[in-house]
Write a protein that binds this ligand. Structure first.
Ligand code: HEC
Length: 160
């Protein structure tokens, strides 16, 4: 009986009531963090949303060192087809990759001339590097040379 008063009560107050939900809370949080990390590794990503997305003028005006020659476009196609881009953007650039269909991503149909014409090459290059919304960035997975050549290929969808 004496144990249940005094120190015992304190323990009840701080632990009996406090700890259990805390433990569950921590476990849930860990689980969420794990799912989140997995999503980042996989495809979706836990990135800033489109609303806070701004590209600095010096990035937007960066010129593409690769002119869109047939050779560059062919290389860009190989890189695009060999990367996981097609999962979301589709091999045809129509924005209907299997992941986009399942997860309803806002991927555009690049075959429509207006889809990419509002972006400069520098902006597209920036997005490939950093990612945007659900899209992961490729800066640490691919070289700048490859990403620039992919930009040339993406623009060619509208001409096909
Ligand atoms: C997990 C899905 C996913 C993958 C993989 C992915 N993207 Fe994206 N991408 C998106 C989404 C979603 C957007 C639209 C982002 C926004 O505006 O919120 C986007 C936007 C873009 C844009 C900006 C123009 C536009 O249409 O909005 C370019 C360029 C682009 N992606 C190219 C690529 C390339 C090249 C690859 C592969 C190296 C790639 N993406 C891989 C989902 C993806």
């Amino acid at each position: 009986m004496e144990d249940k008063t005094g120190g015992g009560m304190d323990q009840d107050r701080w632990c009996g009531v406090g700890c259990k939900p805390d433990v569950i809370g921590v476990a849930l949080w860990r689980k969420a963090a794990l799912i989140c990390a997995f999503a980042c590794l996989g495809a979706a990503g836990c990135r800033n949303s489109t609303t806070s997305f701004a590209i600095a003028p010096e990035e937007a005006s960066r010129p593409n060192p690769f002119p869109a020659t047939p050779d560059v476009i062919a290389t860009g196609k190989k890189l695009y087809d060999g990367s996981d881009c097609t999962l979301c953007h589709g091999a045809a650039g129509d924005g209907k990759g299997p992941l986009s269909r399942d997860l309803k991503y806002n991927t555009r149909d690049w075959r429509a001339p207006a889809a990419l014409s509002s972006f400069s090459d520098g902006e597209l290059f920036y997005i490939l590097n950093k990612g945007k919304g659900a899209m992961p960035g490729y800066a640490d997975r691919d070289s700048p040379e490859h990403l620039w050549q992919m930009v040339d290929y993406l623009r060619s969808f509208a001409r096909q």
